[in-house]
Every structure is written in structure tokens, then in C-alpha cells.
Design a protein around this ligand. Structure first.
Ligand SMILES: Nc1ncnc2c1ncn2[C@@H]1O[C@H](COP(=O)(O)OP(=O)(O)OP(=O)(O)O)[C@@H](O)[C@H]1O
Ligand SMILES: [Mg+2]
Length: 250
């Protein structure tokens, strides 16, 4: 465990801002330190698992089975984790292909809290790819509350600004510590008015630049591979800087 005792990072932000991609790259960076990392994929409307990982065998494991279990145990969690080929330190836990929100019995906040508490005992680090649709995702909303830090991703566009104007009032309670969110400008392109959006967001801690290679990785389901090129260097630099800020130097 990190010397600062931080283990759990929630990645949240506006729709299509790059939350899943940032979560993958952060989880991969943490796993390169030979620590066990679990990437939780909360989206049950567009399950992320089949879009980010090509498995040789059809994936039968699902986070739905974990949250619907009569008793959430370490065993049921481990049974539903998907191991990444070629990286023994990184596993995924999310909804599988063809599932929808009605597939499993409803679960409440207490169950989501139990789940996250147990995860802290099972792995060294947890990265949580939250849904933007907080009103529909108990898991994502609880993650924002219990994670050690929240990364808040926004793009340089008016839709992102509008999203936060709509959603941030829902996180007004002290328990969400929304003023401590680490704000990131994501998928930022050189022709965009980055300074203007930095101001609009009330300051930004990190920029994740647009990387052509990432777009290609997303299309070819190879996001766990390395990225190349000049903007890739800047992207990797920001990922490392975020890991350092959240988890320290370990
Ligand atoms: N840094 C980046 N460089 C290039 N393309 C990016 C980058 N970040 C995101 N994208 C593009 O944006 C798309 C959306 O990214 P991603 O799926 O990570 O967003 P999201 O916030 O998880 O979306 P959703 O709200 O649907 O869950 C990707 O398919 C990719 O094409
Ligand atoms: Mg996503």
C-alpha cells in the first residue's frame, strides 16, 4: 500500500470526456509498479468491458453478479474479475456484453459501500471508471464519496461545461468533498482555446492531450498497449503526474 495510505481513485467527468481511457492508462501505470490493480467499470448502460478488452474466450464474469450476491465476499469478487493477458498485476471488473440495468436485482448504497470497503483488502490499488449519469448509477455516486481522490475530467466544449453546471449541485454535500476534486482538461486539441476552458473550469491541475494513437487504440481495442508520438509523451507525463499526486512516489 502507498505510504500515504491512498488506494482508491474515482475517475468521473462529462460524457465522452475520456474517463474510460484515462482510467485504463492510470491503472496500467499503477500496475507497472508491480502492485495489484483492479479497474472497476461502472457503466451498465454501455458496458465498457467488451469495448476495451478483446478476450479469447467469451467473458462470463460480471460486476452485476458481485453486487447482486447475497453476501459480497472476496471469493465472489475474484471469481468475477477478468485477468488481462500479459499483465499479471491488472484485472478488470465490469458489466459484460449484452447486459442492461434490469439484468440484476437492484442494489442500494450500503451494498456499494461494502463492495468498495472489501476491495481495499483485496488489491493494492483500485481505479474506478464512473458513469457520467450519476442519477442512474449508485456505484458511481458511492465511488465519488468513498474514493481517496476524484479525478474530474472535462473537455474543451460547451457540453462539458453544461454537464458540470447540471451535475455539480448534486455533489454539494460535504461528504463528496467536490472542492478537492483534481480537475483535468481531457482530450485537449491544439486548436482549442485551452486557456479559456481552464478559466471556465476555475483552474485545471492536469491536461491530457488528444493523442491520435489513442483514438486508433480505442477503435482497434488495444488501449492496454503503449502509445507513441510527441503528444503521447505529454499524455504519459500527465498520467504519471496524476499517479504521483494521488498515490505518492511508490
Ligand atoms: N486523449 C485522447 N486522445 C485521443 N482521443 C481521445 C482521448 N480521450 C478520449 N478520446 C476519444 O474520445 C472517445 C471517448 O473516450 P472514453 O470512452 O474514454 O470517454 P468516456 O468519458 O469514458 O465516455 P462515456 O461517457 O461514454 O463513458 C474515445 O473513443 C476516443 O476516440
Ligand atoms: Mg466510459
Amino acid at each position: 500500500m502507498s505510504s500515504k495510505g491512498k488506494q482508491m481513485l474515482a475517475v468521473w467527468g462529462s460524457p465522452n470526456s475520456g474517463k474510460t481511457i484515462a482510467s485504463i492508462k492510470l491503472a496500467k501505470e499503477l500496475s507497472s509498479k508491480k502492485k495489484n490493480v483492479l479497474l472497476i467499470l461502472c457503466d451498465d448502460i454501455c458496458p465498457a468491458l467488451p469495448t476495451i478488452y478483446k478476450s479469447k474466450e467469451p467473458i462470463e464474469a460480471s460486476i452485476g453478479d458481485v453486487l447482486a450476491a447475497s453476501n459480497i465476499t472476496q471469493e465472489v469478487i475474484l471469481k468475477n474479475c477478468v485477468a488481462i493477458n500479459g499483465n499479471p498485476y491488472l484485472s478488470l471488473l465490469g458489466y459484460k456484453a449484452c447486459e442492461n440495468p434490469y439484468f440484476y436485482a437492484e442494489y442500494g448504497k450500503d451494498r456499494a459501500v461494502d463492495f468498495f470497503v472489501l476491495l481495499r483488502h483485496i488489491v493494492d490499488y483500485v481505479v474506478i471508471d464512473c458513469s457520467s449519469i450519476l442519477t442512474e448509477s449508485v456505484l458511481s455516486t458511492v465511488a465519488l464519496e468513498v474514493a481517496d481522490n476524484v479525478l474530474r475530467l472535462g473537455r474543451c466544449d460547451l457540453k462539458s461545461i453544461s454537464y458540470f453546471m447540471s451535475m455539480l449541485p448534486l455533489l454539494g454535500e460535504q461528504k463528496f468533498k467536490s472542492e478537492s476534486h483534481i480537475k483535468v482538461l481531457s482530450n485537449a486539441k491544439p486548436m482549442q482555446d485551452i486557456e479559456e476552458y481552464k478559466n471556465a473550469y476555475g483552474g485545471i491541475s492536469h491536461i491530457l492531450p488528444h493523442v491520435q494513437d489513442i483514438e486508433e487504440q480505442a477503435a482497434s481495442i488495444t488501449l492496454f498497449d503503449e502509445i507513441k508520438g510527441k503528444s503521447a509523451k505529454d499524455f504519459d507525463y500527465s498520467i504519471k503526474a496524476i499517479v504521483k499526486e494521488v498515490f505518492g512516489n511508490e
